[in-house]
Design a protein around this ligand. Structure first.
Ligand code: FAD
Length: 312
């Protein structure tokens, strides 16, 4: 979202921009996972659950009109979500941008007046580079000793183990969402109650507490998955025999616990940003990317840089 915000603003100002992302789809942690269960295609929002009700998040929802809808959580409570999955939102927001997917950036190195970007799909050059990966993932790209990497170290990102589970459609659902900061499963949501999702199964997303996630992020995944299934079944009072599908996502750098307190880091023609600069939500990532674009445009006005930039 940070990279998309930055690229959109630059492209609108007439700058030539390319987004490079290692993911199969655009959106990073705003993601949707597909699974085939007995011939039915079902989906899970295994990252971001919804846009919150802040003014900034509402502005993003407006930009994504057509790819969002209202999710009724309770009688008087609703949230905005992507349709048919959360991933539809970044996809719509990135429409018209030059995006290279399935491309991992390995290093970014300054070569005279340009940057050389090495990827697993070959090399490219750019006059300006914006890196919007989670803070701990800057080091492999820029090098441990880079000033930006060192400055980013005060941002703290915590893991989030996320279970995706499908039960028979007639399985009782005692709630649509449950948040409990003291439980191992701090967030449980019935995914198929979101608009536009398949109702072939009763589908659930459950996120583990950051402390529990940190303690188990490197443990055997199938064991962790079954432990989370047991916890989910007991929270829903559902027999494990009703389970038809289970998947696990380990977000190693999932949630911002401590952010930097400034919208980006920069040095010369290199910028770094993301939610870890501003806060734990989509709108914080968006604010960081937008601030980087403004900073780049400002640099154009005050110098004779050529107008091209790369964000990943
Ligand atoms: C489980 C979970 C639930 C959440 N729930 C919510 C919620 O309900 N509401 C909310 O507002 N926020 C939520 N968030 C937070 C929200 O998802 C993030 O704040 C936001 O998506 C961060 O965007 P970003 O652009 O900063 O980073 P990211 O989304 O992490 O984007 C970074 C991008 O960099 C790419 N990348 C990384 N390394 C490389 C490389 N070497 N080469 C190329 N590409 C690379 C990745 O593929 C990714 O696309 C949640 C996060 C998680 C994990």
């Amino acid at each position: 979202m940070s990279g998309i915000a930055c690229a959109r603003a630059l492209q609108t100002a007439g700058v030539s921009v390319r987004l490079i992302d290692k993911g199969r789809g655009i959106g990073g942690r705003v993601a949707t996972r597909r699974a085939d269960v007995a011939g039915e295609s079902i989906t899970f929002d295994h990252g971001t659950q919804y846009l919150d009700q802040s003014e900034d998040a509402e502005s993003i929802a407006k930009l994504g009109r057509g790819a969002v809808d209202v999710w009724q959580i309770g009688d008087r409570t609703h949230r905005v979500v992507g349709v048919p999955g959360m991933a539809a939102l970044p996809k719509a927001l990135a429409h018209g941008l030059d995006v290279a997917l399935n491309t991992r950036v390995t290093t970014v190195v300054e070569r005279g007046a340009h940057w050389q970007i090495e990827t697993d799909a070959g090399k490219m050059t750019a006059s300006h580079v914006v890196v919007t990966v989670p803070a701990p993932q800057l080091a492999p790209i820029l090098g441990e000793t880079h000033t930006i990497v060192q400055q980013s170290a005060s941002a703290v990102m915590r893991p989030c183990l996320t279970l995706m589970a499908a039960f028979d459609r007639d399985t009782p659902a005692p709630f649509v969402t449950r948040r409990d900061a003291n439980a191992v499963l701090t967030w449980i949501a019935q995914n198929n109650t979101k608009p536009g999702r398949s109702n072939a199964y009763s589908t659930w997303v459950a996120q583990a507490h950051p402390d529990w996630s940190e303690a188990h992020i490197d443990a055997d995944r199938s064991e962790i998955k079954m432990r989370m299934v047991d916890l989910l079944c007991s929270a829903l009072s559902v027999a494990p025999s009703k389970l038809r599908h289970a998947g696990l996502q380990g977000w190693r750098y999932g949630l911002v616990e401590t952010h930097l307190g400034k919208p980006f880091l920069s040095e010369g023609t290199l910028w770094a940003g993301g939610d870890w600069c501003c806060g734990p939500k989509i709108q914080d990532a968006w604010r960081s990317g937008s601030a980087i674009a403004a900073s780049i445009l400002h640099s154009f006005r005050t110098s004779a840089y050529p107008r091209s930039a790369t964000a990943n």
